[in-house]
Design a protein around this ligand. Sequence first.
Ligand code: ZN
Length: 141
Amino acid sequence: MLKEYELGTIYKGKLETGDDLLEKLTEIVKEKEITAGKVIALGAVKEAIISFYDQDKQEYEAEKLDESLEIVSLTGNISLKDGAPIIHAHIALGDEDGQLYGGHLEKGTTVFACEFIIEEYEGEAFTRGLDQQTGLPLWVK
Ligand code: ZN
């Protein structure tokens, strides 16, 4: 499955201390009615929830990281699920020793500081639906 896009508007911004990282980015994407695009960010969080998809059990296992961490990298894509824009993002978080934790970004990750860039792509959005083989809400059209 492959689609072609033209680059649309590029947004840069910062989030506020205490914002929920995924919820706030999703709110912005919904406000701007972006249905296809890319999200990248860096900064720091006060605490985080990341998850790992257990391929055998076909379920996400969430892990709470209850400490200050650097957002070494956040990369995500924007598509549609149930008619609304959704961000699928993965995050790499570093502790004071430079050790990394990473996974699927979940709600409940609290921003300390965050600078983000959202690129809007013009073209037909991907739509998520249940993929039988993986149990994941993948792009189905
Ligand atoms: Zn994921």
